[in-house]
Design a binder for this molecule. Structure first.
Ligand SMILES: [Zn+2]
Length: 151
């Protein structure tokens, strides 16, 4: 196991000792640690307080950028769909994980697997209702407003 994964797993183990979930993450650029995170759901009322998201947030704040292309995420556990999506939004191209979503299910942490399955379903089949409303004439169209600003 390389030093970065070792650090991610150590973070996860320490988090368990402190009452948290078994997830740690380390964000790397040019063979150096840029930021770290652990799952903080036991400390904060924030469902986005996942290890990878916190590592991304800290790096972006520190570097004042939304672009993390060229960065690699080392995560003790396979990223959930939310964290994976954040990595896509940040332009990342590589994530290395140790324990799988299936390992998490065995440990009693089944949300990630559930959501991965939900995302494969059509909008109508998902357990979370998603309802579209049409724009009425009373409001300007935000997409058109944005597009016209780009020209
Ligand atoms: Zn996550």
């Amino acid at each position: 196991m390389d030093q970065f994964m070792k650090r991610a797993v150590e973070l996860a183990l320490n988090n368990v000792k402190e009452g948290g979930q078994p997830f740690g993450a380390v964000l790397i650029k040019d063979n150096k640690v840029v930021s770290e995170g652990v799952n903080e759901l036991h400390k904060t009322y924030d469902v986005s307080g996942h290890a990878e998201l916190l590592a991304i947030r800290r790096a972006q704040e520190q570097l004042q950028t939304n672009d993390l292309s060229g960065y690699t995420m080392y995560a003790s556990g396979e990223p959930c769909p939310m964290c994976l999506t954040a990595m896509y939004f940040a332009g990342m191209e590589k994530v290395i994980y140790c324990q799988s979503v299936e390992d998490a299910v065995e440990a009693g942490l089944d949300k990630s697997q559930f959501i991965y399955h939900e995302l494969k379903k059509s909008r109508e089949e998902r357990s979370l209702q998603i309802i579209q409303m049409s724009l009425t004439g009373e409001l300007d169209n935000p997409m058109k407003a944005w597009k016209s600003k780009q020209l």
